[in-house]
Design a protein around this ligand. Structure first.
Ligand SMILES: Cc1cc2nc3c(=O)[nH]c(=O)nc-3n(C[C@H](O)[C@H](O)[C@H](O)COP(=O)(O)O)c2cc1C
Length: 451
């Protein structure tokens, strides 16, 4: 049984409510933290090795230490609950079932950063969750853990929940800040980074829901103990939202020492692939990270087992590896068609591009159109190369990484599954009625053990 830090009490009935949360040790970490100096808490977070759980994996303690502290200027903590990356639904679970864990994490983090007004920016589609969060905020306030002079320390904190209007781009931290300020969510040019000029030009830290929730166990057990869980620079535990062709989709807390094979096939986690089908491929970190075929998913290019952590998943770079990303783990069995799948993602990124940067605005549309043509059996061989060329011209050429997020899935699909693209070109009639996976059922994907 893997170590549980965030979800250890998730099974307790009523844990969503203050009274039950408190009865099971809730807000004890906050009480402990409010007796410490902010610099001491910052040291604990640095020592813990916690890396941002929103996708990029940037060290949280280091980000906090960049926060500018000009005299007399308020600072803010903004929690990124936009969670719009297809395949990622772990923050939803935390907010829905453990809202007080997030609020306690925000209290500790706000105290450390010196933010008296902190925000949760939540995606519009999570329409029922703001009420849960606001109820928890009211409960925490009534119990003296929010509001004025918290626990007699002189520290004041208000937390506001802001609903987004349903745009993936508003998960990008500067687009989020624009939206929070009441404007269209277009990413800002950086620098300046939010730590210097963020919300209303004030120093701001933007962190993912899970990153902030993780501050609670860090204070509970201490940064050094937290750092002992996991391996290398992948410390602590990580929430993984698993979906696709698996027997047990859901949100799992893993310590990052388990292998990908164990995660997919063991009953403790995904429970294997339904109907005895073979594993074809996986997108382990949310839709924007590169897809990897089964043989490279379970083993690195050197034949080492692949582990569920930042370093191992990225081993080999994008040529043979992928990324941990936000932990949205999407499994594809042998019947799935990678071209169809990539086209669906391209449609999403095209729809969600904010349109500021030409390579992203135009390129995502071109990629979708070409993929649609190939998928329908109307493509030519040159279209595959054109597609490759377009994604190359998007990556790295935009204000924000949405362009990269749109380019990487296309690049990885062509890199690893070019034969499927060619099959669509060579079999125009078949590709209108069947998908590649089913049509090639007798000759499935690169060999890999199902054990
Ligand atoms: C297009 C786009 C969407 C993003 N969506 C999210 C999101 O939904 N949630 C999130 O925490 N980070 C998201 N990010 C990353 C944020 O910009 C930022 O890096 C993150 O909130 C920082 O928090 P962390 O350091 O705790 O991971 C997104 C980035 C991009 C480019």
């Amino acid at each position: 049984m893997g170590k549980k830090l965030l979800l250890k009490n998730a099974h307790i009935e009523g844990i969503r409510y203050f009274e039950t949360y408190r009865k099971h040790g809730g807000y004890e970490a906050a009480e402990k933290a409010l007796k410490m100096k902010p610099e001491e808490i910052l040291e604990e977070v640095k020592t813990s090795g916690l890396r941002g759980r929103g996708g990029a994996g940037f060290p949280t303690g280091m980000k906090w230490s960049f926060l500018a502290k000009p005299e007399g200027v308020p600072r803010h903590l903004v929690v990124n609950a936009d969670e719009s990356e297809p395949g990622t639904f772990k923050d939803r679970y935390l907010m829905e079932f453990l809202p007080h864990l997030l609020i306690e994490g925000m209290l500790i983090s706000s105290y450390t950063l010196g933010s008296n007004t902190s925000y949760i920016y939540i995606r519009g589609e999570y329409s029922w969750i703001p009420d849960i969060l606001e109820e928890a905020i009211d409960e925490a306030k009534a119990a003296g853990f929010l509001g004025k002079n918290i626990l007699g320390t002189g520290f004041d904190l208000e937390i506001y929940v802001q609903r987004g209007a349903g745009a993936y781009i508003c998960g990008e931290e500067t687009a989020l800040l624009e939206s929070l300020e009441g404007r269209r969510g277009n990413p800002r040019l950086k620098p300046p980074f939010p730590a210097v000029k963020g919300l209303w030009e004030r120093p701001t830290v933007v962190n993912n829901v899970e990153s902030i929730a993780a501050v609670v166990p860090i204070i509970e057990i201490g940064g050094a103990e937290y750092a002992k869980i996991g391996v290398g620079r992948s410390t602590g535990t990580k929430l993984i939202s698993a979906c696709g062709n698996i027997n047990k989709p859901g949100v799992y807390e893993i310590d990052m020492t388990i292998t990908v094979e164990e995660f997919i096939y063991s009953d403790e986690y995904c429970g294997g692939i339904p109907n005895g089908k073979k594993l074809k491929a996986c997108i382990p970190g949310g839709s924007s990270v590169p897809i990897v075929p089964a043989n490279l998913l379970l083993k690195t290019i050197n034949g080492e087992p692949r582990y569920m952590n930042y370093e191992s998943l990225a081993d080999g770079g994008f040529a043979t590896g992928t990324m941990m990303g936000s932990g949205g783990f999407i499994v594809l069995d042998e019947d799935q068609c990678v071209v169809n799948h990539t086209m669906t993602l391209a449609r999403f990124y095209n729809h969600e591009s904010c349109g500021q940067c030409t390579p992203c605005r135009e390129g995502t549309g071109w990629m979708y159109k070409i993929l649609k043509k190939i998928e329908k059996g109307e493509g030519k061989m040159e279209d595959i190369d054109l597609l490759w060329d377009i994604q190359r011209k998007i990556e790295g050429n935009t204000i924000c990484p949405l362009g990269d997020a749109a380019a990487w899935p296309v690049a990885a699909a062509i890199r690893h599954f070019r034969d499927e693209f060619e099959w669509h070109v060579n079999n125009p009639e078949l590709s209108q009625t069947q998908n590649y996976g089913i049509a090639n059922y007798a000759d499935p994907i690169p060999a890999v053990s199902n054990s």
